[in-house]
Design a protein around this ligand. Structure first.
Ligand SMILES: *Cc1c(COP(=O)(O)O)cnc(C)c1O
Length: 383
């Protein structure tokens, strides 16, 4: 299931014992500036927005996880999205998968549209749907797979092959899979994005983002945007991420196992009218998921039989699944997309996508799988 040597990369990549003391963990270099020997002659770093040793270690480690030459970190996942969008110029056209992360869609619609950049939201679950949308000024394709919250799977190779034909850059938001289960660069993408707030952070205690890529010229532009735009990861966040990455592989295996077990069991629970999980044979793009993912991660979406009131009662009875936005932490969470994470999606689009009042999104944690199932069962009994 896991790529060869990946477990070792998680523990060792990018991290060297600290030179003066031998400290095995990279220290938190909590400093804004660095003393120079002579004017304009810094030892390595000159100012922490431009560079910081804790961040450098983190970026080396993250690059190793996606197998890329470069990793560039940001203060949040959306700050990373913003940097990619800032590569664009007025008059450019972008094709975006239609059930993209709510905050990404909001940024494209409300911020970058103002600068005369056109965004077209397209259902990419069938790549044939995309070709007619390419225009002379199309510069970027934005993919998220699995999508949020409906866990649609987009065939990355099929889209990147098309994009190459039109000389368009593809960026894949890989947050839901984590680098453990899917590496979009291997399927032809140029840029990979993670909200490190989620699985890579894994403990619901930080906000961060990252871009990984091989292209030197694109990397240089994005590093400039990181430096000149200023939304950098703080040293403490970089340290926490370095610590989290050591257990990323272990955690993801457990998220995957738990979610697969729960999704299968939930299919036979009467309270759910539909269970959506890329690892179920019933998933419409199961074959594509099998082809491009090594595991199915820990996200399950499901529809409750009944009205919003039934949903509210069910949610109020859950003990281990806490009602909260976000995902990817060790503890299980449940989210009501319509009123929470996806409240900013235009109502007509929400309806068209199927983000209706009966839909719940579960972020399955690393607790005991049977305890989690018992929790769902006891909450269902109360209805
Ligand atoms: C959370 C999330 C983001 C945004 O990341 P933040 O760290 O919250 O800014 C982007 N894409 C996906 C898929 C996400 O889940």
């Amino acid at each position: 299931m896991i790529k060869k040597n990946f477990d070792t990369l998680c523990v060792h990549a990018g991290v060297e014992p600290e030179q003066t003391t031998g400290a095995i963990m990279t220290p938190i270099f909590q400093t804004s500036t660095y003393v120079q020997d002579s004017p304009g002659n810094p030892k390595i770093y000159d100012y922490s927005r431009a560079g910081n040793p804790t961040r450098t270690a983190l970026e080396s480690s993250l690059a190793a996880l996606e197998g890329t030459k470069h990793a560039i970190t940001f203060a949040s996942g959306l700050a990373a999205v913003q940097a990619v969008a800032q590569l664009l110029n007025p008059g450019d056209h972008v094709i975006v998968c239609d059930d993209v992360y709510g905050g990404t869609g909001r940024m494209f619609r409300k911020i970058f549209s103002k600068y005369n950049i056109e965004f077209e939201f397209v259902d990419m679950s069938n790549p044939k749907n995309i070709e007619p949308y390419f225009k002379k000024n199309t510069k970027l394709i934005w993919i998220e797979t699995p999508t949020n919250p409906l866990l649609k799977i987009i065939d990355i190779s099929a889209v990147t092959n098309l994009a190459k034909k039109f000389n368009v850059t593809t960026c894949v938001d890989n947050t839901f899979s984590s680098p453990v289960f899917q590496n979009p660069i291997d399927h032809g993408a140029q840029i990979v994005l993670h909200s490190t707030t989620k699985y890579i952070g894994g403990h619901s205690d930080l906000v961060g983002g990252c871009l990984m890529l091989n292209d030197d010229s694109l990397a240089e532009q994005l590093k400039f945007l990181q430096f000149a735009g200023g939304s950098v990861n703080a040293p403490i966040e970089a340290f926490l991420l370095l610590r989290s990455i050591k257990t990323l592989s272990l955690r993801m295996k457990k998220h995957h196992e738990n979610a697969l077990y729960l999704a299968r069991e939930m299919q036979s629970m009467k309270i759910f009218s539909e269970v959506i999980f890329p690892g179920l044979e019933s998933h419409p793009q199961f074959d594509i998921a099998k082809k491009q993912m090594r595991g199915y991660s820990g996200m399950i979406s499901a529809r409750i039989k009944g009205d919003f009131n039934t949903v509210k009662i069910f949610l109020s009875k859950l003990k281990y699944f806490s009602l909260a936005e976000s995902l990817g932490g060790v503890e299980s969470l449940v989210n009501h997309p319509e009123t929470m994470t996806h409240a900013s999606v235009p109502p007509e689009l929400r309806k068209k996508l199927g983000i209706t009042p009966d839909l719940l999104r579960f972020s399955v944690g690393i607790e005991d799988a049977q305890d989690l199932l018992n929790d769902l069962t006891q909450a269902a009994k109360s209805i």
